[in-house]
Design a protein around this ligand. Structure first.
Ligand code: WT7
Length: 637
């Protein structure tokens, strides 16, 4: 890439940052000029953080898939868009060139149309990490349908909640998914979810694991057969729908501190510009490099840095179906060696888990193709950072520590690979366009360096969420009401003596387990569904691999013959309601919970106990019944 907006030196970063703050509209207008628009925007930015109302490139017309596909078909038709590595190393990998991907996306977009999809429809995608997932996503975007991808680890109940919230009319899934030595019966999970989803009229099912599935007459169709029908019609062309920059591109559900997950909404124009700009700059992507982001497309990292960022930059994106530890813990390193990966973007939890296997799995692997390493999802601890730097990067690859969120669409605070300095455990500096501010509890700005508090952003960037689907008020209260005129991230952070940012973790009731966001209220609700549970409280505690583990304090009055058995029952309940990722790591049965006189659970105390702190619990004078704390301390797991 030699885009006019690729930052090539520290001076250029400083200059770009300055310009983006002094004249954001001119800055982003210049960047946006590099894309293909049907019609230029009327106004670069219109915003207020009170409503909130945020519009970028309003009136501009485009289709994101033309920017991800068509323009590369013209200039580099045979360049690899996707390299796919299967779960099983013995299965052949697949490469889709830009030309092939364009063809398949158009073809499947026609399948969607044949099945009744119309512009503005919401389509739920519940699929394994196969190229057809990327094809399905882009096919939705091609015809102006709004995709809502649900991670393959979520339960039927969670899928149903999401489908109902967005009123999806089509589901795209597969018979099953391979994951390590297991397989997951996706279609049968969808069948269970759809019992409570009357809005769904069609289910398109890809063959992946060839397990037996039930296909409902009139509702369920096979992907392969639908493709044949389109083929028989000859011309696979599918003209890209002309979308307004502010039309919805997708919904992605994420947890907060209260209630059910909310549908974060991103729109076509701003999200495209933001994912592209951050991809090209943070990773310093160079033409024909291979970018390997290990996230699942079910999370925002996959949306932004497997699909939209890389493809809009004409890059080669490597997609991996499996898990890092199967068939053995050298799998990532095998993939890097086999495909000569240039950029590896993964999560601290994966690094810590692979660290645990020692250096043997790396010894014979040729990792010399690697040039840039990245991390995302949670704070990276010093030890993991150094291990990554020494054993994977061989001290030769800049590590970018990228801080961002589902709501931000793309990276906000990160060093720029090889251009701005990296500092272990620090995301370092804001990207152009990002104006972070640190505030105390009362919303007073903490100016200068060597301060810590709550992280907010005071000006919009093109990738910021626009709303939460179907409930704009919820968007306002969750992000824009805690502090006046600021976007509140929910993260704590510090700015050190040199002005570098270090994100220290959530300050709200949200946990970060293996880089996945889990709301404590959600887990508590799930546990409380168990018939014997009276009440529960969830807190996070430091976990060597997951970053945070889930510690549950549970009041139980059911039949309790065997605690171990009851714990398993509770875990199954949580798996059914949310998914296996939300299962508690520890369950302590208690006779009461520490509460204030007004009945509020004092999580601060529980958090300290879960962390192993038993002497200095802070102020306990407002407790209704101090004796309960003694009991909990005594029986700590
Ligand atoms: C939360 C967002 C961003 C995609 C993956 C997670 C934490 C994310 C970092 C980082 C410290 C980080 C924050 C944030 N987080 N990246 N580099 N350093 N913390 O997306 O599920 O929306 O979670 O992940 O706490 O708020 P998400």
């Amino acid at each position: 890439m030699s885009n006019s907006y690729q930052i090539n030196s520290k001076e250029e970063y400083d200059l770009a940052y300055k310009k983006s703050i002094e004249n954001p509209e001119a800055f982003w207008s210049d960047v946006a000029d590099n894309f293909h628009w049907h019609k230029k925007w009327d106004q670069v930015l219109h915003w207020d953080f009170v409503s909130p109302k945020i519009e970028w490139f309003k009136g501009g017309k485009l289709n994101i898939t033309e920017n991800c596909l068509d323009r590369w078909v013209k200039s580099q038709p045979d360049a690899a868009a996707i390299i796919w590595e299967a779960n099983d190393p013995n299965e052949e990998s697949r490469t889709l060139t830009y030309k092939e991907l364009h063809f398949k996306v158009s073809q499947f977009a026609n399948v969607l149309k044949n099945n009744g999809a119309r512009k503005g429809d919401r389509i739920c995608i519940y699929m394994p990490m196969v190229p057809e997932l990327t094809i399905a996503i882009l096919a939705c975007a091609r015809i102006g349908c709004i995709h809502s991808v649900v991670f393959g680890g979520f339960s039927a109940q969670s899928i149903s909640d999401r489908i109902q919230d967005a009123q999806c009319n089509i589901v795209i899934t597969a018979d099953g998914a391979f994951r390590g030595n297991k397989s997951i019966p996706l279609k049968s999970i969808i069948d269970e979810a759809l019992i409570t989803c009357p809005s769904v009229k069609k289910v398109i099912v890809l063959t992946r694991t060839s397990i037996p599935v039930s296909m409902l007459n009139g509702r369920d169709v096979w992907w392969e057969e639908e493709i044949k029908q389109v083929e028989n019609k000859g011309n696979p062309e599918c003209i890209a729908e002309s979308m307004d920059a502010e039309d919805m591109l997708f919904i992605l559900y994420t947890s907060g501190s209260t209630g059910k997950p909310k549908g974060v909404v991103h729109t076509c124009g701003g999200y495209m510009v933001w994912t592209n700009y951050t991809f090209v700059n943070v990773f310093q992507y160079q033409k024909s490099q291979i970018h390997f982001c290990t996230a699942d497309i079910g999370w925002i990292t996959g949306h932004s840095y497997i699909i939209y960022g890389p493809l809009s930059a004409g890059a080669t994106s490597l997609m991996f179906e499996g898990i890092p530890t199967w068939p053995d813990s050298g799998r990532f390193w095998d993939i890097i060696e086999k495909h000569k990966v240039d950029i590896l973007y993964t999560a601290p939890t994966a690094i810590r888990s692979l660290m645990g296997f020692g250096l043997d799995p790396i010894k014979e692997k040729n990792l010399s193709s690697l040039k840039i390493l990245g991390t995302v999802g949670e704070p990276i601890n010093e030890e993991a950072w150094h291990w990554y730097n020494e054993n994977i990067g061989k001290k030769n690859c800049p590590i970018v520590d990228t801080w961002w969120q589902t709501e931000t669409g793309g990276i906000l605070i990160s060093n720029i690979a090889g251009i701005t300095k990296s500092k272990p455990t620090f995301a370092t500096l804001p990207l152009p366009g990002i104006q972070p501010i640190i505030v105390d509890e009362n919303g007073n700005e903490l100016v200068g360096n060597n301060v810590s508090g709550n992280l907010c952003i005071k000006f919009p960037w093109p990738g910021i969420l626009r709303t939460t689907y179907g409930d704009h008020e919820r968007c306002r209260t969750a992000y824009f009401s805690t502090y006046k005129n600021l976007y509140f991230t929910g993260d704590g952070c510090l700015r050190d003596a040199e002005g570098d940012y270090r994100i220290t973790g959530r300050v709200d009731d949200v946990l970060n387990v293996s880089g996945h966001r889990i709301g404590t209220a959600e887990v508590e609700n799930a546990i409380n569904m168990h018939s014997g549970v009276v009440e529960s409280a969830i807190v996070g505690y430091p976990h060597d691999i997951k970053g945070q583990g889930i510690y549950a304090f549970v009041i139980f009055n059911g039949i309790h013959t065997d605690e171990a058995h009851t714990r398993k029952d509770i875990c199954i309940t949580v798996s059914k309601i949310i998914g296996a990722i939300a299962k508690p790591d520890k369950i302590q049965f208690v006779s009461g919970l520490p509460k204030t006189r007004s009945g509020k659970i004092m999580r601060r105390i529980l958090r300290k106990i879960a962390e192993g702190e038993t002497t200095n619990l802070g102020d306990t004078t407002t407790l209704l019944d101090p004796a309960v704390v003694e009991e909990i301390k005594l029986n700590r797991l």
